[in-house]
Design a protein around this ligand. Sequence first.
Ligand code: IVH
Length: 664
Amino acid sequence: MTKEEANKKIEALRKELREANYKYYVLAQPDMSDYKFDRKLEELQKLEAEFPEFYDPNSPTQRVGGEPVSGFQTVKHKYPMLSLEKSYNIQDLKDWINRISKLVDEKFTFCVELKYDGVSLSNRYIDKKLVQSITRGDGIYGDDVTNNARTIRTLPLVLRGDDVPYEVFARGEVLISRENFERINNEQAQKGETTYMNARNLAAGTLKLLDPKIVAQRQLDYVAYFMLGEDLPVDNQYDALKKLEEWGFFVPHDYIKAENLDQIMDFILDWGVKRFDFPYDTDGIVVKVNEFDIQEKLGYTAKSPRWAMAYKFPAERKLTKLLSVDFQVGRTGKVTPVANLEPVKLAGTIVKRATLHNEDNMKKLDLHEGDYVYVEKAGEIIPQVVGVDKTKRKPDAKLIKFIDHCPVCNTPLIKQGADYFCVNTATCEPQIKAQIEHFVSRKAMDIEGLGPEIINLLYQHGLIHNVADLYDLKVDDLKDLEGLGEKSAQNIIESIQKSKNQPFERVLYALGIRHVGEIAAKLIAKHFKSIDHLIHASPEEITAIKGIGEKIAESIKTYFSNPENIALINRLKQASLQFENREEENIIDKLHDNKFVISGTFEHFSRDELKKNIEQNGGKVVSSISKNTDFLLAGNKPGPSKLSKAQNLGIPIISETDYLKMIE
Ligand code: IVH
């Protein structure tokens, strides 16, 4: 076969498979047998391997997922990803309609859609082809998860139709059906791996997996609810959804044009019932002003558009029998009461346990043994007990009281605010195990192979009593433990050794000081540069850092005033963990390692100054544009070839003013 013939054949197969994929997954009207599809896909794979010059990241062969990656790039959204204002009752919705009606003179209509409970994702298409998929992140910056997004069968890689603008963004929700959620959770449980609270968490976790092949197996879905860009072929939301559907997207399963609150309410009442039998989780409906010109007039607040409002369905509530109350000891020693319940189905999952929060809440509920209790899901995630049906209570039922000693180590509990704590951080088993689990976790020291079961095993065999003991472990200590062998023991020890390179900010986070989360640890490490400076800092010096309040400062002081903690840090220092910033970590990371190409002349900087400035703010400067470039920073008279190359590759072109805003 000549090159030219191969190219033709490859293109024809791609087109055919793309069509078949669309008919199967989006329209649910398959017209090609699975057998035929697989044969054609194989043929295409073979040709692509033989003629690598025709590689295309949007080929149907890429749906199975490419090579694993080591992390995700943080990138800036061209248009910020805002959220929606929420309402919980019809009155709020009515008030909103009245409010916006006063702001514009013209008559307008609404587009009413289902609100899916998934993870939002913005997809950029250039010349009909998917070039980048970014998670919401903080709304300004998100993670580039394009490789994972490409495995989503209901996300088109190449758009259909002749009226697609050169650049267009499709925004929508990554979902996982309830059926798939159950299947995957069962599989995870059988393998002894993490199970997920709900379909949204599973979708979010899946999108952040580093191996696109596993993402492909999870069978995510995508529903598009919004289009953004210049020169759009439509002028209202209802037509935009129709258009997105024509281009090959799944769009909300039901959406209507409404003229008034009554029609909106009909939709709400209808779906308030139907949603329980719907294959995907929905948590409300979204009402959008339909006409784009009116949307523009209404504009945006800092967080959300004024032209849209979410109506959240009321939380589902069920009555079930209380079997017993457990008191759980967490990583920080906090004791949380948890109700064990007769299993009940709530908002799509089976609930067996629900939190009772704290003593005050238990008192308010006036909980007695054998009570029938109402359970609800808070934000559809953690089930909680919200009330008691006292008519069902037996006259001799006993009141359930909060405990005064640790249920595990029997240390007297101490009350702080509304919570009770077991202060025996050094030897109380669940605290130690949770501290170690936190220490090795991905965002902390990222030590692989040490899941809760292995940690438990090491603890039961007396091999570890605190996190410093990890660094004394040897292959010989591990290799004969149940479920381990020479190889996995070696891997664990290697991973422990490797963690000694983790930067100070991670070590600080890994220590698990109360209230010192990932972000606080970063800010503190940047500011103090070493643990010794931090240990000797006054609370005022700590709260002087923007973003760090008194609660954190106080917790830090308490932590370091405990000689056992100082002894632990000294042992970790001896094991050569990083307790100081390395040179490069003193850079202010505003540009998240993004790569810039500079072109033209600038008002505030010479070229050299600009280069230095980018590096000082945590960015990189590269000389020529490639698909790995994040921004073209264009000043006065930028080079035309750089401009057109950036445009072709879909690389954002920013001005000096944009840049100054980025480093503000
Ligand atoms: S429109 C400018 N429509 O709900 C805001 N959002 O905070 C554009 N969502 O972040 C959002 N279904 O992830 C819109 N039909 C729908 C939606 C929807 C789900 C999500 C979206 C957004 C969140 C609201």
